[in-house]
Design a protein around this ligand. Structure first.
Ligand code: FAD
Ligand code: SF4
Length: 484
């Protein structure tokens, strides 16, 4: 086991980050690696609990105490094997996962939890450095052909799993390069695209075929898809953004966050930008929405040289510590200060946008707001109430709407397929079998569960692959979270 007194001797230590003034000059990752001594100490903090709550906190069911122990003992090959038994892409989750496992860690009862996510990242990077990571060739060929629509983490996980058991898998992607939001959503400073490309190359070597610039349902017909493949998995993500229909929405300078972020990803990768460039340079930027996407807009705006960056959030400021309503080991929605927040932003909570204001040329020049409080209505539902005399106008030349995503795109594939949708507007596929109402069509990831996380997309991709394999072969050798 790990050092029995490790958690008493060592405190949690976050990895160093490049200082703000240096890192905002470029889009590179800036979180530094631990030195071997610190890594060993951090792994030593794991108590190897009899009931490891961390394990159940992870949507993938990562076998955390075992890989912590292997890291502590410097058994890197073993640590790598334990990690990839449940996670196809630890290099993604090790960088950008909000780490629900750490919220569930037993140490978290009265101490900061084990740095599980960082340890995961170190294992996979050591594995790459030592060439442990190899293409997953299959010795059997089943003769079945499978199409995956969408190359985000869900599509990549399903393809990786199904290819590893001998099926021929083709992944369709409408964008120029594969990766979904990992590629054209999440900024390079959180996840450098060489990390995504490294994985895609391995999958290609193993035989996965990627067909980019191909929108299924538009450039590739559904009839052809049904003729060409034995099973089809829809993994197209949740891509329709929530709008803010207030006065002045039409003004030049009001944009959806994803239009802004994907342009910067494309600039970094040398992919031509077909639309009018959206840039924060010399502008007062207001990001409307307090989540991950909003935070990514802040980091990108600061790197582009914004004059000021302000973030609006409709909800009140979350607590900094767990409260009685969020006991351990539940995920605690605490106030999150991301690395992008550290780089410079004014955060305003309980604020509502009333109108966008423009000049004679229809350019955005300001935003009218009001402060709100949250009260209960007669049914006990929390509703916003404006606080009198709190109206304010913020100067703003670029407003970025980062208020989440509603559901997948219907136009094209889903509309033509007449697929069943659930009450939220997502594809109605069974949460255990991933089957849709259409014969041989399955669905997983954000397209099924709604806007979520990379770790959930990988988890759904793995579980869906198992069901597709069983559908084709009657049985499957693929592992499942429940059966590991
Ligand atoms: C800006 C931003 C930042 C985020 N940051 C984080 C984070 O830090 N940590 C985290 O865990 N999660 C984060 N998320 C959420 C996470 O990225 C998603 O939950 C995850 O990518 C969903 O994976 P997916 O494979 O289901 O879909 P996606 O990643 O959305 O991929 C779907 C792909 O399908 C393609 N597609 C759709 N329809 C078709 C079609 N008809 N034909 C061909 N291709 C098609 C799309 O172009 C897209 O590339 C973030 C999301 C955003 C928007
Ligand atoms: S809950 Fe925390 S301390 Fe316990 S095994 Fe998991 S990582 Fe280690």
């Amino acid at each position: 086991m790990n050092k029995p007194t490790g958690f008493l001797e060592h405190s949690r230590q976050e990895p160093d980050k490049l200082e703000v003034s240096k890192r905002v000059k470029n889009y590179h990752e800036f979180v530094q690696k631990y030195n071997p001594k610190i890594l060993n100490e951090q792994a030593a903090r794991c108590m190897n609990c009899g009931v490891p709550f961390c394990h159940s906190g992870c949507p993938l069911g990562n076998v955390i105490p075992e890989f912590n122990e292997a890291v502590y003992n410097e058994e890197w090959q073993k640590a790598y094997q334990i990690l990839i038994a449940t996670n196809n892409f630890p290099e993604f989750t090790g960088r950008i996962c909000p780490a629900p496992c750490e919220h569930a860690c037993v140490l978290g009862i009265n101490q900061p939890p084990v740095t599980i996510e960082e340890i995961e990242k170190h294992i996979i990077e050591v594995a790459f450095e030592n060439n442990f990571v190899q293409p997953k060739f299959s010795t059997v060929k089943t003769g079945f052909k499978i199409a995956v629509v969408g190359s985000g983490p869900a599509g990549l996980a399903v393809a990786d799993q199904l290819s590893s058991v001998g099926h021929v898998v083709t992944v369709f992607e409408r964008h120029e390069q594969p990766g979904g939001l990992l590629r054209f959503g999440i900024p390079d400073f959180k996840l450098e695209k060489t990390v995504v490309e490294r994985r895609i190359k391995l999958m290609e070597k193993a035989g996965v075929i990627f067909k980019c610039n191909t929108e299924v349902g538009m450039d590739y017909s559904i009839e052809q898809l049904i003729d060409d493949f034995d099973a089809i998995i829809l993994a197209g993500g949740s891509t329709v953004p929530r709008n803010l229909n207030v006065e002045g929405r039409h003004l030049k300078g009001v944009h959806f966050a994803m239009d802004f972020l994907s342009q910067q990803n494309k600039r970094m990768s040398g992919v031509p930008i077909k639309d009018i460039p959206i840039l924060a340079t010399y502008k007062n930027v207001v990001v409307i929405g307090g989540g991950d996407t909003g935070s990514d807009c802040i980091g990108t705006s600061n790197r582009q040289g914004a004059k000021s960056v302000t973030q609006f959030e409709l909800l009140p400021m979350p607590p900094k510590q767990r409260t009685a309503t969020m006991p351990w080991p539940q995920y605690a929605p605490l106030l999150k200060t991301t690395s992008s927040h550290e780089e410079g932003v004014e955060r305003i909570f309980s604020i509502q946008t009333k109108a966008f204001m423009g000049d004679v040329n229809q350019n955005l020049v300001g935003i009218q707001t009001v402060q709100i409080e949250w009260i209960k209505d007669e049914h006990g539902k929390m509703i916003p109430k404006e606080i009198p005399n709190t109206e304010k106008t913020y100067p703003c030349e670029l407003a970025l709407l980062a208020m989440g995503f509603l559901h997948p795109q219907y136009h094209g594939l889903l509309e033509n397929l007449a697929i069943d949708r659930d009450l939220s507007g997502n594809v109605n596929a069974h949460p255990k079998t991933f089957k849709t109402n259409k014969e041989k069509f399955f669905c997983c990831g954000d397209m099924r569960r709604g806007q979520s996380l990379v770790v959930w997309a990988i988890s759904e991709g793995r579980e869906c692959a198992l069901k597709v394999d069983e559908f084709l072969q009657g049985t499957s050798s693929l592992s499942s979270k429940d059966g590991y």
